[in-house]
Design a protein around this ligand. Sequence first.
Ligand SMILES: O=C(O)CCC(=O)C(=O)O
Ligand SMILES: [Fe+2]
Length: 213
Amino acid sequence: MTALFEDLVIAEHPLYEKIIGDLLSQQYSIIDNFFDVNEVSQLRDSILLKHEEDAFKKAAIGNRVNETVEKAIRGDVILWIDETFINTAETLFFNKINALISYLNRTCFLGILTKEFHYAIYPKGTYYKRHLDTFQNDDRRKLSFVCYLNDENWTTENGGELVIYTNENGVEVEKTIYPFPGRVVIFESQILEHEVKPVNTKRLSITGWLKTR
Ligand SMILES: O=C(O)CCC(=O)C(=O)O
Ligand SMILES: [Fe+2]
């Protein structure tokens, strides 16, 4: 017979603990191979299939209520993912996301209650100018989450770097992050400005937000 309390002990999860530590110390975390090669490949098939089906629309500035297409600021096309109607690849995606959220909620009292995710494709020549993810008057966005779905041959020459602007002792510091496949970047939505540099080759990702209500 096992004692009841044994079931209640929360096993420490080293990867999630690293993410939490990074967020506390530098307000962002970069996790390589959050999704493995096989998972990325399934998600890439999914994004490309949906793109073929022409389900994407021009990315709009603002939230779904206030959509104004502004090409000068961002050039990606997006497709929101409806979690009540997901395919196999999206199921494995949300299984991992939900596990992370539940760990964050159990250990950090972040109070993440809702989430929203979309696919994003940046065609050659497009970019997303420096911005804060809460500029859409959405102060419920707590953590921004980006996952890159590019293929194994992605090189730094392809551009499309995510640049995060941090403040170190009053000095602005640029952190350049390449969109390598399987890599996930999580950062504080309300604090860190960031941008996507112009891409030289079609760039694939899923972007989302963990929200407090
Ligand atoms: O794709 C990225 O690296 C960042 C995208 C982004 O900043 C956004 O969609 O708000
Ligand atoms: Fe952003």
